[in-house]
Design a protein around this ligand. Structure first.
Ligand code: CP
Length: 301
């Protein structure tokens, strides 16, 4: 089997992405019913998370364990990367020892270089450009709670950063209409927007949310933007998601946030626990969707 990487949603076909959603839900059901499924006995994942993580780390470690394999966690202080070993050398070495590399790092180009030099599958566990694993969980959650996402209208509010850019790819791959509301100066990459017929951009949050089936936001200051936090708080203040804003969407709107959340900034104190929020279900679905991804990349098809 030739290796496959998962650096963005564009690394899979729409059919493969749809199958991953269904498989994530199926693995969730079989776990809850206590059915043993261990196709990855003898497999090892190098989980190289060079930035902080709760959900992604636990989902991949628990997922590898449940599928019969194991994960070796490597944090920022654990590897020779911090002491100047090239990414491509590290990729060649890990390819001799483990079956898959899962990487979170700031610079997306580093994951691309790693994948180019590795003979094993490489997964993007979040970079400055994309967070495709989160999108698998979000899409699975929407379909479990509301039905097919194809043909729906999705509003993304806030920073045009890695989550927003992942939603641009998702609109293209899953076939929905995306309305992005962000302040001037915080738009997603122009090249991504130019390549998407399904995405529109506005500065008006209410305009984006009107009649939306799904409303999504993310933190205003992601990793790497900490020194801009005060400036960003002012620019993003009108884009806070709260119950009043959700009232402009469809009656059965779903609200998602990838977490961690900053209450009082991109969300108010209560909206994550509003009946229209699926944030906790989506967090749980990180486990099931990532298990489906591991199976897709590692089990002979
Ligand atoms: N949403 C997400 O990726 O969470 P972590 O940063 O905790 O992994």
């Amino acid at each position: 089997m030739s290796k496959r990487d998962f650096l963005s949603l564009l690394d899979c076909s729409p059919e493969e992405l749809r199958a991953l959603l269904a498989r994530g839900s199926e693995l969730k059901r079989s776990l809850h019913e206590g059915e043993p499924y261990r196709p990855l006995v003898g497999c090892t994942a190098a989980l190289m998370l060079l930035l902080n993580s709760t959900r992604t780390r636990v989902a991949f470690e628990a997922g590898m364990n449940q599928l019969g394999g194991q994960a070796i966690f490597l944090g920022a202080a654990d590897t020779q990367l911090g002491r100047g070993e090239p990414v491509t050398d590290t990729a060649k070495v890990l390819s001799e020892m483990v079956d898959i590399a899962i990487i979170r790092t700031q610079n997306h180009a580093d994951v691309e270089s790693f994948a180019g030099a590795a003979s094993i599958p490489v997964v993007n566990a979040m970079t400055n450009r994309f967070h495709p694993c989160q999108l698998l969980a979000d899409m699975q959650t929407y379909e479990e709670l509301r039905g097919p996402v194809e043909g729906s209208t999705v509003a993304f509010l806030g920073d045009g950063y890695n989550m927003c850019q992942s939603y641009i790819n998702a609109a293209r791959q899953y076939g929905f209409c995306l309305k992005i509301a962000c302040p001037p100066g915080f738009e997603p990459e122009a090249g991504l927007l130019a390549g998407s017929n399904d995405t529109t951009l506005t500065e008006a949050p209410r305009e984006a949310v009107e009649n939306a089936d799904l409303v999504v936001t993310d933190v205003w200051s992601s990793i790497g933007h900490d020194e801009e936090r005060e400036k960003r708080r002012n620019a993003f203040a009108p884009y806070q998601v709260n119950e009043d804003l959700l009232d402009y969407a469809k009656d059965d709107v779903l609200f998602l946030h990838c977490l961690p959340a900053h209450r009082g900034e991109e969300v108010n104190e209560t909206v994550l626990d509003d009946p229209r929020s699926g944030a906790w279900t989506a967090a749980g679905n990180r486990l099931h969707s990532q298990k489906a991804l591991l199976e897709f990349l590692l089990v002979e098809r």
